[in-house]
Ligand binder design. Structure first.
Ligand code: EPU
Length: 427
């Protein structure tokens, strides 16, 4: 099994370019199902999750190629099998994003329930309730969602008013993709306002959809009869950018993060500044520097535009090194502190009380063999390894990192880190 080996203690210097956003690419690739033509997505990161979705699109019957940053979803040929099997959905929960497009276009879909995952139970009840409001008949059968469009309308969904009980990113995306081909007008309230939702709306509108209000809590959609294929370049990944910003700050470095979408990171950047880091716009990127000590800052995760849950683990490493005590509260997922016990093995002083982690800063971290069970937790351990000046760090189970960070070890080595990928390590 691969591991990332780091000999820490070197401040990061130089420039690094952010890749395309995984969480924007995944729903947009699913919109290819809404059109019979050949769609093309550019600036796509080379990640395991993208390959999993490509495999799913192939399984459904769409010839899909991934090559050098471009994903081409071939034109529809022959019959489509509107089914997402457990074998693929269990590899990546975001596979559930094919539910809305399949139902909208073919009037039926069979999609495996994703089940729980390392960071929480993560139900999809909101996706299903919204689809029911649009006339879908939903049954659960042996771990699968079996969804059918209304018989009276030949399987076509109808517009509806739906208010999400919970703010959900992929739930908002699934209902948007279902509503664009529904008959009539849909109004979605209490929607997720994440930039990835806006990016999806932008692509749908390029395809001929009529979506208004994405990026606010109310999205209004006028259904159309058919949609064109798309050719689109994906936005930069705000979470990858944020991760490099923390790495620069934690190592007391000076890094220009090119193409960092600063406007999509405001909730996080204000906390980084409170912690004593300099964050300045430079060209199309952001320069992060730190010279003085780190100050303790309390953080609570919340939906966009507040502090993102996907930056919580990485920010915690900074707080492990701050001069004093901070409280990090996780409100989005119920079990997203798996990195705490691993950071403790590196010398961190953290106590978890319910959904809050109380972090008492320490003078230094020391290297160790560590592993995590999710993507962002793994990124936090890499940052901790970069800081740890005594002993090397092996971050095991690298496949989590490979789900969401393109060539992370190469990018960090380019900034002066002593880091390599090694194989044959027992996890
Ligand atoms: N929830 C429900 N019912 C639903 C849907 C969600 O109760 O029907 C709950 C969830 O259990 C969770 C909260 O609502 O407690 C928010 O979940 P959300 O649905 O927003 O999460 P998601 O759409 O499954 C996306 C990202 C995650 C990111 C979250 C929160 C994608 C593919 N994934 O997940 O990204 O953490 O939004 O911002 O967009 C990651 O990239 O590492 C990652 C986990």
């Amino acid at each position: 099994m691969d591991a990332i080996r780091i000999r820490g203690g070197r401040p990061l210097h130089g420039r690094v370019r952010v890749s395309g956003a995984k969480n924007a690419a995944l729903p947009i690739l699913c919109t290819a199902l809404l059109s019979s033509g050949e769609s093309r997505l550019r600036n796509v990161p080379n990640l395991r999750d993208i390959n999993t979705l490509a495999a799913l699109l192939r399984f459904l019957g769409r010839d899909t190629e991934v090559s050098e940053g471009v994903v081409r979803v071939g034109a529809e040929q022959g019959t489509i099998r509107p089914e997402a099997p457990y074998e693929l959905v269990k590899q990546m929960r975001a596979s559930v994003l094919v539910l809305g497009p399949l139902l909208a276009r073919y009037g039926k879909a069979k999609v495996s329930l994703p089940g729980g995952c390392a960071i929480g139970a993560r139900p999809i009840d909101q996706h299903l309730k919204g689809l029911e409001a649009m006339g879908a008949n939903i049954e659960l059968d042996r771990g699968y969602v079996i969804a059918k469009g209304p018989k009276a309308m030949g399987g076509r969904l109808h517009g509806a008013e739906y208010r999400f009980d919970v703010n959900t990113v992929t739930g908002t995306e699934n209902l948007m993709m279902a509503a664009v081909l529904a008959k009539g007008r849909t109004v979605l309230d209490n929607c997720a306002r994440e930039p990835e939702v806006e990016e999806l709306a932008h692509t749908l509108n390029k395809m001929g959809a009529k979506v208004q209000g994405a990026g606010t809590s109310q999205i209004r959609i006028e259904g159309v009869e058919a949609l064109e294929a798309f050719d689109h370049a994906i936005v930069a990944d705000r979470i990858e950018a944020g991760t490099f910003m923390v790495a620069a700050a934690a190592t007391a470095g000076n890094v220009l993060i090119e193409q960092a979408p600063m406007e999509h990171l405001e909730g996080f950047i204000s906390k980084l500044r409170d912690a004593g880091c300099r964050v300045e716009r430079e060209g199309d990127g952001v320069r992060v520097t730190r010279q003085g000590p780190l100050h303790p800052v309390d953080v609570t995760t919340a939906p966009y535009p507040d502090f993102p849950t996907d930056m919580q683990a990485q920010f915690m490493v900074l707080m492990c090194l701050a001069q004093g005590r901070s409280v990090i509260t996780e409100t989005i997922f119920e079990n997203r502190f798996m990195h705490v016990s691993e950071l403790a093995r590196m010398g961190a002083n953290i106590e978890v009380r319910g959904n809050a982690a109380i972090v008492q800063g320490v003078a230094a971290l020391s290297g160790a063999s560590v592993m995590a069970t999710d993507l962002r937790a793994s990124a936090s351990l890499v940052i901790a390894g970069l800081v740890a000046s005594s002993h090397e760090t092996d971050v095991l189970r690298v496949y989590h990192l490979d789900r969401g960070y393109e060539h992370i070890e190469k990018k960090l080595a380019g900034l002066g880190a002593d880091i390599e990928r090694i194989s044959g390590v027992r996890a």
